[in-house]
Design a protein around this ligand. Structure first.
Ligand SMILES: O=C1O[C@H](COP(=O)(O)O)[C@@H](O)[C@H](O)[C@H]1O
Length: 258
């Protein structure tokens, strides 16, 4: 494991020969954090993205991780969601449910999907209200220094353009610093309407795993890893936890241009 600069902070970089090896290591990392936070807080708050990340979580539902994890303590959230019905092919909820959540015994009331009956604006407001309630009841931690929720673990992917969550290069939402959850109606990647956590929330997390696989992302990985703090920073370079730590999980192909 090497420590490398990414944007204004440093991240641990792990490179794996195969995506299979990456998936095993990601399961071990997640299981260890599940044990740590469950012991410390009595709950484990996990935020997932959509996209290719979900496939890389597959080893978690296998032995020894499946049996060792106290799934009843998990609370699952989405870093971003497309404003489509939950059974739509574009839904990040459906992707996670089919590939992961349907295979583990997390109590359904601890899986916080967005309200798909609302508009983008309404769904963002509703999700933010839900998070505020969970902070009040101490299911979700608060980072006192920032006043934003502090999730235990964020499992994030990155698009080939360097976007994370639904925070896209050059978009004004990159600068949102009040809202916890906001919405976008002009996403450059379809579907256009989405809700997304803002950077202050992402950067208040205790642990962030940035999971990137495939040669198609090698150029953006090369651009992201380095101490470029210019004004045209990629969204992924703005992932910069205030008190937490980021670990990048890359397969050999994604890391091939480093
Ligand atoms: O649209 C999205 O894209 C990103 C990246 O997806 P990937 O398939 O290139 O890994 C994803 O992290 C985000 O949650 C999703 O809504």
């Amino acid at each position: 494991m090497a420590e490398v600069p990414v944007g204004k902070t440093k991240a641990d970089l792990q490179i794996f020969d195969t995506e299979e090896d990456l998936s095993v290591s990601l399961a071990k990392y997640t299981a260890e954090l599940s044990e740590k936070f469950t012991k410390e807080r009595g709950a484990f708050t996990v935020v997932v993205s959509g996209g290719s990340l979900i496939k890389s979580l597959r080893k978690l539902v296998e032995s020894p991780y499946f049996d060792s994890i106290d799934w009843a303590k998990w609370h699952v959230f989405w870093v971003d969601e497309r404003v489509v019905p939950k059974d739509h092919a574009d839904s990040n909820y459906k992707l996670a449910y089919d590939g992961f959540l349907s295979k583990v015994p997390i109590p359904p009331g601890q899986v916080y999907a967005i309200n798909d009956a609302l508009s983008a604006e309404g769904a963002a407001d509703d999700y933010e209200t839900c998070l505020k309630q969970l902070v009040k009841t101490k299911v979700v931690d608060l980072l006192p220094a920032s006043g934003f929720p502090k999730f235990d673990l964020m499992l994030l992917g990155m698009g080939p353009d360097g976007h994370v969550a639904s925070l896209f290069p050059g978009h004004p939402l990159l600068n949102e610093n009040q809202r916890w959850v906001t919405y976008i109606k002009d996403s450059p990647k379809p579907p256009p309407e989405r809700i997304t956590f803002t950077f202050p929330v992402i950067n208040s997390a205790a642990k962030i795993a940035m999971v990137v696989v495939g040669a198609g992302k090698s150029d953006v990985v090369r651009r992201a890893v380095g101490s470029d703090t210019g004004s045209d920073m990629l969204p992924v370079q703005m992932v910069s936890p205030a008190v937490g730590a980021t670990t990048w999980f890359l397969d050999k192909e994604a890391a091939s241009k480093l």
